[in-house]
Design a protein around this ligand. Structure first.
Ligand code: EPZ
Length: 419
């Protein structure tokens, strides 16, 4: 089991290039199964979850490879097979193959997905939406069996703007018979990216990024070449790392527009931010102020995926910050580990109050989920002494070369293999 060893308090400075977005690349790869011709995804990150998506595509008879940042998927010879539980359990995004398999084969048999343990993560919104599209759904003992003679367009009001459910509906509806209208759709940038990809394949989708998405089904999707949007949560991670080390860092290949609530919190904490269309330059103060009152919300609100990351920064600040996690009911597992580093955090249900602590001091800590792993690394960069972070299997699902990039910015950070 690898560990990351950090000797904290080095000031970060320099420039780092952000990768393509994990939460865009994964639904895009699933959507390639529904395409009729080969697809290329440029700026695709090399992540454990991307490898899982490629494994699922290969399991379903596609040619699927990632080479030098470009994923190539040829779905021409795709053949129907059940997706084994072992593959489904590796990540949450495996559920997005449901819509793609129904579009491609008219049937799907798979088990409930895995992914970070953030509390209950049901798929009821996915399944009820597909039933409205004419899909017969059986769900028993964690297994899902779906069949349909044909996918039909439908009016689909979502109780909650679920990202994954919106993605599944878009992929299924792109080649359904008739028009689909999704109301209360997710508005994340990754939804817009998926819509752009499907339209490049010949779909007729409008309204992505708004609460109402209209999809006019086409008979057949072609293929395309598409560039994955920048990863806004990876960007937030590097910004927080600079913030806790009084650093001065420039991020390139990033979209500031996708990060407004995070930039606002860092400015409130005393950081200076200078943005261009695809760069963000952060200059942090010697010591951060509080980030204020952070409530996670669906996009364009404060992203839940940045909650742990910005909380880590708040642990180093003068003054008190408050976080309320409104998206997941179990996304505070990083709090206990941050407290091992000397953070002063009290939680009550979905709320965490972060008070000023003297100094963070290094200690062995264990990541419980992807963004919690990033938070512990950020806190370790600020802590006096040595911090050892284990549980890197979570980190590898969503970050490419995080330790190497932080080292290039001046961090004393090393990944070691531990027996
Ligand atoms: C996506 O997960 C992201 N993952 C998550 O990022 C992100 O935190 C989340 O969207 C919210 O932005 C990927 O894109 C691969 P949801 P998803 O469906 O689609 C409830 C990361 O760290 N819900 O919008 O699973 C659900 O329980 C990961 O990169 C239902 O009740 O999120 C949750 O409370 C973590 N029924 C809320 O909606 C459903 O059928 C948001 O879930 C579906 C969801």
């Amino acid at each position: 089991m690898d560990k990351i060893i950090i000797h904290g308090q080095n000031r970060l400075s320099g420039t780092v290039r952000c990768h393509g977005a994990k939460n865009s690349a994964l639904p895009l790869l699933a959507a390639c199964l529904a395409a009729g011709d080969p697809c290329r995804l440029y700026n695709c990150p090399r992540l454990a979850d991307v490898d899982t998506s490629l494994d699922i595509l290969q399991h379903l008879g596609c040619l699927a490879v990632l080479d030098d940042g470009t994923a190539f998927v040829d779905p021409t010879n795709a053949c129907y097979r059940e997706i084994p539980d072992a593959l489904m359990r590796r990540m949450r995004s495996s559920i997005i193959f449901l819509g793609a398999m129904l579009a491609r084969f008219g049937r799907a048999e798979l088990s409930l997905p895995g992914g970070c343990e953030l509390g209950a993560r049901p798929v009821d919104l996915h399944l009820s939406a597909l039933q409205r599209m004419g899909v017969h759904v059986e769900e028993q003992h964690g297994n899902i069996r779906c069949r349909c003679d044909r996918l039909y367009g439908a009016s689909i009001p979502l109780e909650f703007p679920s990202v994954g459910a919106t993605e599944n509906i878009m992929i299924a509806a792109a080649s359904a018979e008739g028009e689909t209208v999704i109301r209360n759709a997710a508005r994340e940038p990754e939804i817009v990216d998926l819509g752009n990809f499907l339209n490049a394949c010949g779909a007729k989708i409008s309204g992505c990024g708004e609460s109402t998405i209209v999809i006019s089904g086409v008979r057949r999707l072609g293929g395309c070449g598409h560039t994955v949007i920048p990863d806004r949560i990876e960007a937030a991670t590097y910004l927080a790392a600079a913030a806790v080390t009084a650093g001065e860092v420039t991020l390139t290949h990033v979209c500031p527009e996708h990060l407004i609530p995070v930039l606002s919190a860092l400015e409130k904490a005393g950081c200076r931010l200078e943005n261009s269309a695809d760069t963000i330059r952060i200059t942090a103060p010697q010591r951060l102020g509080p980030v204020g009152y952070i409530r996670t919300m669906p996009y364009p609100g404060f992203p839940t995926d940045a909650q742990a990351i910005i909380m880590a920064a708040a642990c180093t600040a003068e003054g008190t910050s408050v976080f309320v996690e409104n998206i997941f009911d179990g996304r505070m597992k990083h709090v206990g580990e941050l407290c091992r580093l000397g953070a002063r955090i009290t939680t009550e249900g979905r709320m965490a109050v972060v008070e000023q602590s003297q100094n963070l001091t290094g200690a062995p800590v264990t990541a419980c989920d992807l963004r919690g792993a990033a938070a512990l690394i950020i806190a370790g960069l600020a802590a006096r002494g040595v911090t050892e972070v284990s549980g890197l299997c979570h980190l590898d699902r969503g970050y490419e070369a995080l330790d190497r990039n932080l080292r290039s910015l001046g961090a004393d950070i090393m990944r070691v293999s531990a027996e």
